[in-house]
Design a protein around this ligand. Structure first.
Ligand code: ZN
Length: 199
């Protein structure tokens, strides 16, 4: 395909959002041109709080035979899509290649849309992993030192992200770390969290 530079004009707001997207660890922060793409004007769909912008120059034809069955919606083309993160409100790109991976390889239902930027998704995954590990460890009576340190680290992270709210639990773990492992940086972090509660 003979591609020429697109001649449409983007709005000032879209230009600003594109300049500030949260980078994706694999796909970066720029629209990825596709051989199948066209130079058509971007497609804008306005939601309650932001405008979704889809870029036809990045279009990749969907292989619908690989989609999870859905009666609710269908996708013919994937396109790099500018969105705003539901959690931190920053703009991010949901890439055509990423959509292809989601709907054809992972077989997520095509109704499922990406709501959060790569950073917030990473934090969410980390919270889930740490919560799982914390839940497995907290019920135990005995800990090896490294297990206790892991539990203390997970406790700090979960507390800082608002998932853990029991002050008593925080104190128990702090006391345990102090008893079992005399000197550790995590113990002073726990002390700081507890001191902050009193203020
Ligand atoms: Zn975010």
């Amino acid at each position: 395909m003979n591609k020429t530079k697109s001649n449409y004009k983007l709005s000032a707001l879209t230009i600003e959002r594109l300049a500030n997207v949260v980078p994706h660890p694999r796909y970066g922060s720029k629209i990825i041109l596709s051989d199948q793409g066209t130079n058509d004007k971007p497609i804008e769909v306005t939601h309650f709080s932001f405008t979704e912008v889809r870029f036809p120059e990045s279009a990749i034809l969907a292989d619908k035979s690989k989609h999870n069955f859905s009666t609710m919606s269908h996708i013919n083309w994937y396109m790099d899509t500018l969105l705003d993160c539901l959690t931190c409100r920053k703009p991010f790109l949901f890439f055509a290649l990423e959509q292809q991976y989601w709907y054809e390889t992972l077989r997520f239902r095509v109704e499922s849309v990406c709501l959060n930027c790569p950073n917030c998704r990473k934090t969410e995954r980390e919270l889930q992993q740490r919560w799982q590990r914390y839940s497995n460890l907290i019920v135990r009576e005995q800990f090896a030192d490294e297990e206790l340190l892991q539990l203390a680290e997970d406790t700090v992270f979960l507390w800082q992200h608002g998932l853990l709210r029991s002050e008593q639990r925080l104190r128990e773990i702090r006391n345990r770390v102090h008893r079992q492992i005399q000197r550790s940086s995590i113990a002073s972090e726990l002390d700081k969290l507890i001191a902050a509660i009193k203020d």
